[in-house]
Design a protein around this ligand. Sequence first.
Ligand code: GDP
Length: 184
Amino acid sequence: MAKQGGWRPDPDLPEIAFAGRSNVGKSSLLNRLMRRKSFARVSNTPGRTREIHFFNVNKLFCLADLPGYGYAKISKARKAEWRPLIEGYLKDSPLLRGVVQLLDVRHDPTEDDLTMLDFLADLGVPTIFAVTKIDKLRKLEVKPRLETLSKFLGLDIDQIVPFSATTGLGRDELASALIDLLAL
Ligand code: GDP
């Protein structure tokens, strides 16, 4: 598995991108998914990554780790950089098979999340919704919260993969959803 900080490691591979706001748990999810401790760097300083990181995963597909958006303390100039970077990437990725959009189970989707979702819908990119940090809720709270989130987003509950990097919940479900996307 080769890590690349810059352009795609292999331009012929199908691609899956991971998106979400800063601190949503994207690095932790990627580490759990890839069964690596430090595949992606978990950060206590949200909003530091500005680039798209590409990884060749077992020569099977290219994983694009998009920079987290929406962190309040990022300067306006940095925020202004984000949109063209992501939009440019999404429009110019002929082998993109889908996007995994992350949402923190404890928070309602932000305006930035909704902008991203509109954008993905406009482009017609298949999207999987991974709802992170499920372990932060009590067991009985999980189902009603997922129902609320899916209603809010106008999704079917089965379009959502509940995930916890801490317990490993959802890891296998997400992996098979990715395989399905790649097989399309
Ligand atoms: P990123 O900015 O989206 O890459 O988020 P990180 O993976 O760096 O995680 C941000 C913070 O949330 C870190 O303190 C993580 O330890 C914590 N975190 C991430 N995923 C989980 C999870 O599933 N459960 C819990 N309890 N904490 C998590």
